[in-house]
Design a protein around this ligand. Structure first.
Ligand code: DNO
Length: 348
């Protein structure tokens, strides 16, 4: 297992210097943030990112994400141009020696929460999701915008997109995903890139939009849409794990043995009610997921890909990008390291 950490580029308060001082850290997960969604990432920009990261003794291990243009998800006639651009970005990444690409296929909104700084009893601040609150939220009113969302849409554009989605069913989304994969996976395979779809977070429909990468059955359907080793998943324990039907260690063993887990996100969550959860510290006892069993599943299948500690709480007075502070994620990294070391040594 290769330990990595997400870094949001030069604007990130968490610096590469901070990250490289976390014990066991090997690689960076990042992206190019100043190219509009759908346009090609130039080799020059990719190399600049890579060289910067390498100058800190780290490697650029994963791109998270090369975003998928909404026209592709909606299946519009303009999608072919964006798919061609996507494929060209993959070729450029491979030329630069970057071989794992994370992306998602969630309509319009990426990960969603109802509160980004909910105070837990110990004074730390956590991301939480409360279904009744989300049902009352309206992304078209006020300044509602969450960190993972594409902020480049005006409210009018977003309204038009949401209207178009009214006629797009889950089955339509599946066929648009298949069309996209048929365009990009052959190129990924040719240049040696492993594509890793991120599950929907949370793994159920929000704002009336279809969401399909949600459980074992659908992940199985997904990997069979294009049966290629390049067509894999980012197994995000926190995204899938908020749904009790998803047994994370079992999913790791099942899809890992098929060689389809290309990237692992490890974090804990605490289910607080039906479709309600808090993001807790990584420690098993603090949440609903057994992080020991999760790391053990990766260890048992001999997973040698990149993983990252995922979201952390805000602790010790830190402020910054919700979920992506330094301290709690670093604690998560060290906790996972500890479990891993114990597994290795106790098996000898
Ligand atoms: C949230 C992240 C997601 C993820 C994208 C991948 O913190 O895990 O935003 O990066 O869904 O495309």
């Amino acid at each position: 297992m290769k330990m990595t950490f997400r870094w949001y580029g030069d604007d990130d308060k968490v610096t590469l210097e901070n990250i490289r001082q976390i014990p066991g850290m090997k690689g960076i997960v990042s992206a190019i943030y100043d190219v509009p969604v759908g346009e090609v990432w130039s080799l020059e920009k990719i190399m600049a990112l890579k060289n910067k990261i390498e100058s800190y003794g780290l490697e650029l291990s994963v791109i998270e994400s090369v975003p998928v243009h909404e026209d592709i998800k909606m299946g519009l006639p303009t999608r072919d141009r964006y798919i061609e651009n996507y494929a060209q970005t993959l070729r450029n990444l491979a030329k630069a020696g970057v071989y794992v690409v994370c992306y998602n296929f969630m309509p319009v909104f990426d990960w969603t929460r109802s509160n980004l700084d909910y105070e837990l009893p110990d004074g730390s601040k956590a991301l939480i999701y409360d279904e009744p609150t989300v049902q009352k939220m309206n992304p078209l009113v006020g300044d509602l915008s969450l960190p993972g969302w594409d902020a480049s849409y005006t409210k009018d554009e977003m309204k038009a997109i949401l209207e178009k989605y009214q006629s797009i069913s889950e089955e339509d989304l599946w066929s648009n995903l298949e069309y996209f994969l048929k365009g990009v996976i052959p190129v990924a395979e040719e240049v040696g890139i492993k594509m890793a779809i991120h599950p929907d977070d949370p793994p159920w429909s929000i704002f009336g939009l279809p969401r399909i990468i949600t459980n074992k059955e659908n992940l199985e359907r997904f990997i069979n849409l294009v049966d290629s080793p390049s067509n894999g998943i980012t197994l995000c324990s926190g995204s899938l794990g908020v749904s009790r039907e998803n047994d994370i260690p079992e999913l790791i063993r099942y899809f890992g043995k098929k060689g389809r887990i290309h990237f692992a996100h490890i974090r804990n969550i605490k289910i607080t009610g039906e479709k309600c959860f808090e993001e807790s510290s990584h420690r098993s006892e603090d949440g609903s997921l057994d992080v020991y069993e999760i790391v053990k599943a990766y260890y048992d299948i001999g997973f040698d890909g990149p993983f990252r500690p995922d979201h952390g709480r805000m602790i010790w007075g830190e402020t910054g990008r919700p979920g992506y502070g330094l301290y709690d994620r670093a604690l998560g990294a060290v906790y996972i390291n500890g479990i891993y070391e114990a597994l290795v040594r106790s098996s000898k």
